[in-house]
Design a protein around this ligand. Structure first.
Ligand SMILES: [Zn+2]
Length: 466
């Protein structure tokens, strides 16, 4: 068990490096398929040995079909003088993602049917997509719309939608056990930072850090995939291996300065749910815990009833709960190095609980063993604090082979790290023996999926807990 104490909360969390990586990826025009997505995966490969998978268009994945591949070279709208009044070159958000190619002249009323703005934030450009409906459009600031003259405009979207592939990235880091922790993020958004280049950066740097360690108890599987269709594709192609997933996290929106939100798995009481709740409660950070709901990111696929995987989602401000969400204001200023680094540290703390959550048996269960004679009072540099002493007693009392360290931490309301350190100390004196965990089976029924195209639900539960 001692080989397990390998994760430490990084004092020097790589927040600045993560932000620099986000800045590198920011200009690329990503989508659910295409060269922007592919190039993003290649740049992740400069940090970790990511395998890039290519799934052909037309592949049936449960109730869905891998779409044709979309690529865009340029797009613009010109006024009657030939001046570009909307220019994809200035921001890739200007084109509705997956727009079909067009080149024609239109009147202003005709053009306006294809234009999208946010009147409440007249300087911001919205982010829109049309993945599964053949259409075209432009997004622009409301101020720019107001300045368009009532005249003929020339519109051009130089794009292709052709048979091709859906690309996703996978990195598997082998640990001692075949049991896996899944870390998943979506990689399909164009120039947007918190949603979700922050998640891409955190997953990349987490993988980069973990692979420098030895003695990891779990194996780790990192997935970098387009939202919804990517997760559906991965689950469909990997169904025989799903039962190895013991815990999972969907990473998104981890770069803004807001408080943390942990969204529970569908199960609601999985170890990942309990560990996240415990870590946040003892972290001193503002946070909230919310129940599972079938909307959000790819937890909705992992937690569909046919899989019902123990996968939660740890974000800072959740999707759709910050005004910059899906707009050009979700930019490099919204995500902060210190917030990214702090998120990295909390993720590591959570993984530490999962890695160290063993179950032990008290080898001298009849009455309390004499701790003083074994030098166990005085663990913390001369004077053992009350909490440390209490922690030793809790671990001894509860370790009957049926209760994990997380169980004990919850029941005692003591920090898991203290409980874990006590278990190590007691084991070093022969007072505890580890009970190897039994493998629990995950029942796999036939998979079902919900439609991924519903409109975002309104934000709920925005109050924050201390
Ligand atoms: Zn999004």
């Amino acid at each position: 068990m001692t080989g397990r104490r390998i994760l430490t909360c990084a004092e020097d969390a790589p927040g600045a490096d993560m932000h620099a990586f986000i800045a590198d990826l920011y200009p690329l025009c990503r989508s659910i398929t295409g060269n922007g997505l592919r190039e993003t995966l290649r740049r992740i490969q400069t940090h970790i040995p990511l395998t890039i998978h290519e799934v052909p268009s037309g592949t049936r994945v449960f109730d869905w079909t891998v779409p044709r591949e979309w690529n865009i070279r340029d797009a613009w709208v010109k006024n009657s003088k030939g001046e570009k009044v909307i220019d994809f070159g200035a921001s890739n958000l200007h084109v509705v993602n997956y727009s079909v190619p067009v080149h024609m002249k239109v009147s202003l009323p005709e053009l306006r049917e294809h234009l999208f703005t946010i009147p409440e934030f007249p300087d911001w450009i919205p982010y829109r997509t049309t993945y599964y409906h053949e259409s075209w459009g432009f997004c622009l600031s409301h101020n720019s719309l107001s300045s368009l003259r009532d005249e003929e405009h020339e519109v051009c979207i130089d794009a292709t939608i052709e048979e091709g592939h859906l690309s996703y990235g996978e990195y598997f880091l082998r640990g001692i056990s075949d049991e896996e922790i899944l870390i998943s993020c979506h990689t399909c958004h164009p120039s947007l930072c918190n949603d979700n280049l922050s998640g891409v950066a955190l997953a990349t740097f987490l993988a980069k850090y973990l692979r420098t360690l030895s003695g990891l108890r779990y194996s780790y599987r990192f997935l970098f995939m387009p939202g919804t269709i990517g997760a559906i594709t991965w689950l469909c192609l990997n169904e025989p291996h799903i039962e190895r997933i013991r815990h999972g996290l969907v990473v998104a929106c981890v770069g803004d300065p807001g408080a943390f939100t942990y969204k529970k798995s569908r199960r609601g009481n999985a170890d990942i749910d309990r560990a996240a709740t415990h870590v946040l409660a003892h972290s001193g950070r503002k946070h909230k815990i919310v129940d599972f709901s079938p909307y959000g990111y790819d937890e909705r696929q992992f937690c569909s009833p046919g899989f019902d995987l123990p996968v939660g989602s740890l974000t800072r401000t959740p999707y759709n709960c910050f005004p910059q969400y899906h707009t050009s204001a979700d930019d490099l200023d919204l995500v902060r190095p210190e917030a990214l680094g702090d998120s990295f540290a909390v993720y590591l703390s959570l993984l530490e609980v999962l890695e160290e959550n063993g179950t032990y048996v008290n080898t001298r269960p009849k009455c309390e063993p004499n701790l003083g004679s074994r030098g166990l009072y005085g663990l913390t540099g001369g004077t053992t604090g009350e909490k440390e002493r209490l922690s030793l007693l809790w671990v001894l009392n509860q370790s009957d082979g049926t209760r994990s360290l997380l169980d004990i931490a919850e029941r005692s309301d003591l920090d898991f790290r203290l409980i874990s350190a006590s278990a190590d100390a007691l084991a070093s004196k022969g007072l505890l023996a580890e009970r190897k965990p039994e493998r629990t089976e995950i029942a796999l029924a036939s998979a079902g999926n919900t439609d991924g195209n519903a409109n975002p639900a309104p934000c709920k539960n925005c109050e924050v807990l201390d």
